[in-house]
Design a protein around this ligand. Structure first.
Ligand code: FMN
Length: 459
């Protein structure tokens, strides 16, 4: 599938973004170079590095509840994080161009509230707000919200669609020319308070039955840039129909190309163009002076990410049973995974991606036997590959090749060190991409939508 780019097509401009790491073992919080994941200074440093690198936006994931394993708080990774809107609003004040993308779920929130928050963020940031609409993983995640039960996947996407429709309806109740604020005449609004009055809305569907007045005047972008992050059939359809960009997991070449063709191929039936939806996978990187040093460094980082204790916890998530006595330096357990429904791990993504546990365990055993790996080494091998490893030249070349060959439109980079891990990329890889003419040398627009090259939304 990795056919070279046709020569007559102009080079694509690469989009880059920075993911402030969430709570998982990508982040090596115990590394001496790591800073706080909670204190505001870390967010400021991170955002300012991304803006120095002319990145399109920074990205915050969202977890609604502390993760647990066997009923205990999972504390091998970072635990807890401050609220998304509060962080992004504060960052709007210390950055000028960087987009501010927040992940906010549509399962446990209400459209009116979320629409107000994003419209407000868009105002405070002069048009730099983006919303990653997620449906969230499971009931455990949201038990601390009013909705006690949970929605099956189909209904979550139905709710996501109608939630977004309702939010768009609310944003569009203000056209942008209502505020006169004429101090002489004393008229605040330019239109008489008759129909259609600013903010007036009614929205009735299978999920929402709301009417009233939306109270935030039209924001610079009109509505935030919309991201989507689910990977299922329903998730991809939702993205093709509604989103401006997808945050995906498919950061490798062929895997990325398959995903790209699949999702872009769904746009036409919704009357949308190829360029109306950007594909931006999450990607990690390991950068060193030479390729050989980077390979060695990548190995050291994987061992930091999968400590002996983490290896056992990750093993338990597939085996779905207590393996606390298992030796991480010995072979994989001979006992089979428990097929019991009760997950030992709650509130985390990786535990859900295992599919058939027995089959997956057999795959891990086969890899372990073939390569002669211990339990920990097997976990290092099977639970994550770094996306880009090499010297700055190699990484710039790989990213450019992937983007030009439609494995992605750019990448949302996650560093294993917070907040400073992005700086070497900004200092060494970005200039090489600029030399190649595939990355900006200054922000082109004032809004995030302009910088991403997206069209104004139709009303
Ligand atoms: C790359 C990626 C990132 C995600 N990030 C989050 C997140 O930060 N918070 C969240 O609640 N759900 C997140 N999700 C979960 C999705 O919203 C969705 O609930 C989940 O993937 C199930 O939908 P699916 O079956 O379509 O994949 C993410 C999913 C993907 C694929």
């Amino acid at each position: 599938m990795s056919t070279p780019r046709s020569n007559d097509r102009p080079k694509k401009q690469i989009h880059l973004a920075a993911h402030f790491p969430g709570v998982n073992n990508t982040t090596v919080w115990s590394d001496p170079a790591s800073g706080s994941h909670i204190e505001f200074d870390s967010f400021v440093e991170f955002a300012q590095i991304a803006e120095r690198g002319l990145f399109d936006f920074m990205f915050l994931a969202e977890g609604l509840r502390l993760r647990e394993q066997a009923g205990e708080i999972y504390d091998l990774d970072v635990v807890g994080r401050p609220d998304t809107f509060t962080i992004l609003a504060a960052l709007a004040a210390v950055t000028d161009h960087l987009g501010l993308t927040g992940t906010i779920n549509s399962t446990f929130n209400e459209p009116y509230e979320v629409a107000r928050q994003f419209a407000s963020l868009d105002h405070l940031s002069d048009g730099r707000a983006a919303w990653n609409v997620v449906t969230s993983w499971d009931a455990f995640t949201g038990e601390n919200f009013r909705r006690g039960g949970y929605l099956p996947q189909g209904e979550r996407y139905e709710r996501a669609k109608t939630f977004l429709d309702a939010a768009i309806r609310l944003w569009d109740t203000w056209k942008g020319d209502e505020i006169l604020a004429d101090k002489t005449s004393g008229a605040f609004l330019s239109t008489p308070l008759s129909t259609p009055a600013p903010g007036a809305f009614e929205h009735h569907d299978s999920q929402f039955d709301i009417s009233g007045r939306f109270n935030v005047p039209r924001s610079p972008q009109g509505r935030p840039v919309i991201f989507q992050a689910g990977d299922s059939e329903k998730g991809r359809e939702f993205a093709a129909q509604k989103a401006d960009a997808i945050f995906s997991r498919h950061s490798h070449l062929e895997d990325g190309q398959r995903f790209y063709v699949d999702v872009k191929g769904r746009l036409e039936k919704y009357g949308r163009r190829h360029e109306d939806l950007l594909i931006l996978p999450a990607a990690t990187f390991v950068l060193a002076d030479t390729d050989a040093e980077a390979v060695e460094l990548a190995r050291e980082i994987r061992l930091q990410q999968v400590s002996p204790a983490t290896a056992i916890k990750l093993l338990e998530q597939l085996w779905n049973r207590d393996l606390s006595d298992h030796d991480p330096d010995g072979p994989l357990p001979t006992v089979d995974p428990s097929e019991n429904d009760d997950l030992i791990a709650k509130g985390r993504a990786s535990a859900r991606s295992h599919g058939d546990r027995l089959e997956q365990a057999e795959r891990w055993r086969a890899i372990s036997r073939a390569k002669g790996l211990s339990t920990r080494e097997t976990i290092v091998e099977v639970t994550g590959r770094q996306s880009f490893i090499g010297s700055a030249e190699t990484i710039a070349d790989t990213i450019d090749t992937y983007v030009q060959n439609d494995a992605a439109d750019g990448y949302i980079l996650v560093s294993h060190i917070t907040p400073g891990g992005l700086a070497p990329f900004v200092d060494h890889v970005v200039p090489l991409l600029q030399e190649r003419g595939v990355f900006r040398t200054a922000y082109e627009g004032t809004t995030l939508r302009e910088n991403l090259g997206l069209r104004e939304p139709t009303r």
